[in-house]
Design a binder for this molecule. Structure first.
Ligand code: NAD
Length: 536
């Protein structure tokens, strides 16, 4: 029998790839972003494009079509890229912050010029509907605007000294190399939040995106690298390292990396957090969410029902902030559920690139099993499935990873049970009925995660309780606003097993700099603090 070596198999695959024709749906989007889909793509950028390591496929979750094959880095290339990123930092750290802001302004312009094509690429490769894909790229544009301003406002402080003729300054300086490890579900925005702050702060950034969304990262890196080149800045200031778990682990282990900003699951975040802390690096964790909406009897249901619908069904339930738990006050529960079911019944599933589509596919086939297992567990524990619970079996949806958005009423109310306490990254909404707000807040807080939460009420007393010391323990505590769809201005992130990280706005930039307390003596004496006497 003829056996083929790994190289021969690779050669046959390449020949097939060269012959294959992409759908015009895909090729139009890729060519608008200068991605040659007929060839294998280099997936590493450190000033030049390269990659001779493992090959990854980018697969369209809507059709199953292979969009491209991407070469990740060999270990040697990974080390070279890390060295180049360090070198890039050494030269970039002395560029004045407002000049760094000017580069960000140009990146913002370059992204804005391609916002619709990039948004379409997100829909094509990740699977979210177009308006959400474009919105995600808009977030990158917005955070660039924010960081341009920040580049003139990353201020330290002058602190009063107890010693005469002394001044104390708290000084922020560039930190070093920032590695951004990102999840599949926001294949552009999460990098944007990090890159904009990191670049404004004077760091070099190396991006390790999800292995299943490499084309989004390649398209973005191409756009940014052109801006850097035009300004004579080393490309490794915004480098790229596609690859899987092993590449991620090597980046996390590297002493060359000063800050690891990790966005992903709680399970992987736990490993990453420990590894980075073992080597005394800095780590920023943005992990899973398990978010609840609480509907009080005085809520305006004409606002609350569509918000819960978007929160639970938007991005096919694949946002870290997706609404997964719904707590309904007994008096409004039947009305709320019947209105919500009507919206669920009207949902249009289909190609996320079509304007009429509201529900795209799950990102991978593996996610379908996770969805099916969760539904089975609900059924096995006598939950009532109000709507949904199955895959879409008819053409053309059966070619993609489409599942029906689901509302369930679990019999089990114990918030520690896995139905309530784990994040199932799929459009499943579990609902329960409560009698008073304290019970609802207790359920809201009883899960390990603490990302987003939302209360619907017009009563100020409820609002005060919800946002106060005995209120929601999540990082995002909304009132009459759904759990998902945050703006860039406030710091974004979650508490507890969501990792305590904060990114984007607010004070998040302070994590991307190295703080020094500098005491300066401009007197003719050298007194010790606290009046300590040490005669010589
Ligand atoms: P994931 O944890 O599987 O992967 C995230 C990243 O980690 C990927 O780049 C992956 O290649 C890398 N990775 C995997 N194993 C690694 C290892 N041992 N060492 C280093 N890197 C490793 O997550 P996912 O499935 O891509 O994304 C979904 C998850 O991300 C959900 O839990 C979601 O809630 C979470 N998420 C959180 C936020 C937030 O801001 N809190 C935002 C988006 C997504």
């Amino acid at each position: 029998m003829l056996t083929l070596s790994r190289n021969s198999i690779l050669a046959i695959r390449c020949a097939r790839l060269a012959r294959r024709h992409l759908s015009s749906r895909a090729s139009t989007i890729l060519s608008a972003l200068d991605i040659l889909s007929s060839k294998e793509q280099p997936g590493v950028y450190d000033g030049e494009w390269k990659g001779t390591g493992e090959i990854f496929e980018s697969i369209c979750p809507t059709t199953g079509e292979v969009l491209a094959r991407i070469h990740s880095a060999e270990p040697q290339e990974l080390h070279e890229a890390l060295d180049k990123t360090r070198e890039a930092f050494i030269s970039f750290r002395t560029v004045p912050a407002p000049q760094r802001g000017e580069i960000l302004r140009q990146i913002r312009e370059a992204l804005a010029a391609k916002v619709f094509h990039l948004g379409a690429l997100v829909s094509l490769e990740m699977g979210k509907i177009r308006t959400e894909g474009v919105g995600e790229v808009q977030e990158f544009v917005d955070i660039c605007d924010y960081a341009v301003g920040l580049s003139r406002m990353m201020n330290g402080r002058v602190v009063a000294s107890e010693r005469p003729g002394h001044s104390i300054l708290e000084v922020p300086n560039p930190l070093g190399v920032v590695a951004v490890l990102s999840a599949f579900n926001f294949p552009i925005a999460v990098y944007g939040w990090n890159l904009a702050l990191s670049l404004a702060a004077g760091n070099a950034t190396l991006w390790k995106p999800s292995p299943s969304t490499p084309l989004c990262s390649i398209a973005i890196t191409k756009i940014i690298s052109r801006v850097l080149e035009r300004n004579g800045i080393p490309g490794a200031v915004a480098g790229l390292m596609t690859g899987g778990k092993d590449v991620g682990a090597a980046v996390v282990e590297s002493q060359n990396v000063d800050l690891v900003s990790f966005t992903g699951s709680e399970a992987v975040g736990r490993v990453v957090g420990k590894r980075v802390q073992t080597r005394f690096g800095k780590v920023l964790l943005e992990l899973g969410g398990n978010n609840a909406s609480i509907i009080m009897p005085d809520a305006d249901l004409s606002l609350a029902v569509p918000a819960v619908f978007f929160g639970a069904v938007g991005t096919a339930g694949q946002r870290c902030t997706s609404t997964r738990r719904l707590y309904l006050h007994r008096t409004i529960a039947p009305d709320f559920l019947s209105r919500l079911q009507k919206l669920y019944a009207s949902v249009r599933a289909g190609d996320p690139l079509e304007d009429s589509t509201l529900l795209g596919p799950l990102h991978t086939q593996a996610a379908i099993s996770i969805y099916s297992d969760a539904i089975k567990h609900l059924q096995d524990t006598d939950a009532e499935i109000l709507i949904g619970g199955k895959r879409y079996d008819d053409a053309p949806l059966k070619n993609g990873n489409f599942v029906q958005p689901t509302i369930a009423i679990p019999k089990i109310l114990d918030p520690k049970n896995q139905i309530w306490s784990t994040e199932t990254f799929a459009p499943i909404l579990n609902a329960a009925v409560f009698d008073d707000i304290d019970q609802a807040i207790e359920w809201n807080n009883a899960v390990p995660q603490g990302l987003s939460s939302s209360l619907w009420t017009r009563d100020l007393k409820n609002v005060g309780k919800w946002i106060g010391p005995a209120g929601s323990d999540a990082g995002i505590v909304n009132v009459n606003v759904g759990t998902s769809g945050a703006e860039i201005g406030a710091a974004f992130g979650g508490n507890k097993s969501t990792g305590w990280g904060r990114e984007s706005g607010g004070d998040a930039w302070k994590q991307y700099v190295r703080w020094s307390a500098c005491t300066i003596n401009f007197s003719d004496k050298a007194p010790l603090a606290q009046g300590v006497n040490f005669p010589t």
